[in-house]
Design a protein around this ligand. Sequence first.
Ligand SMILES: [Zn+2]
Length: 132
Amino acid sequence: MGVLGVKHPENPRDWYGLGRWKKKQRAQLRAHPLCAFCIEKGLIVRGAIVDHIERVDGDWNRFWTGALQSLCKTCHESSKKYQERRGFRSDIGPDGYPLDPLHPVYQQRTVHDVSDCSNEVITPVEEEVKQE
Ligand SMILES: [Zn+2]
C-alpha cells in the first residue's frame, strides 16, 4: 500500500502503460515541452520522454510522486543512462565546462600519486618548520 493506496501491476514496466501515467506524461510535456538537458547546453529541443529525475527502482510511490523532467530521446538514451551508470553527467555546457556539478572535474582530488613528484611537494608542516 502506498500513498495512492490502489492495487497496481507487479511489474514496474507495466506502470508505464497505465492510462494514468500517459495522462501524467502529457501534462508534463505540456508544462515543460523542452528537453531539460538540452536547455542547459543552450539548445532548444522538444522533449519527448518524461523522465524521473531520481530512479524509481520499482517504488510505486516514487513512480507517482517523484520529480519529473522532459528529455529528448537523445539525452534520455545517452546522457541519462551515462548518469545512472556513473553517477554524473558528461554533457558539456556552452562555456566548455561540464554542466553537472557532480562531474569529477569539480571534485577535489582524493587520490594523488606522490611517487611522481614527491620532490616538489611541500606539505604545510614542512613550510612551518622552515619559517621558524
Ligand atoms: Zn536533449
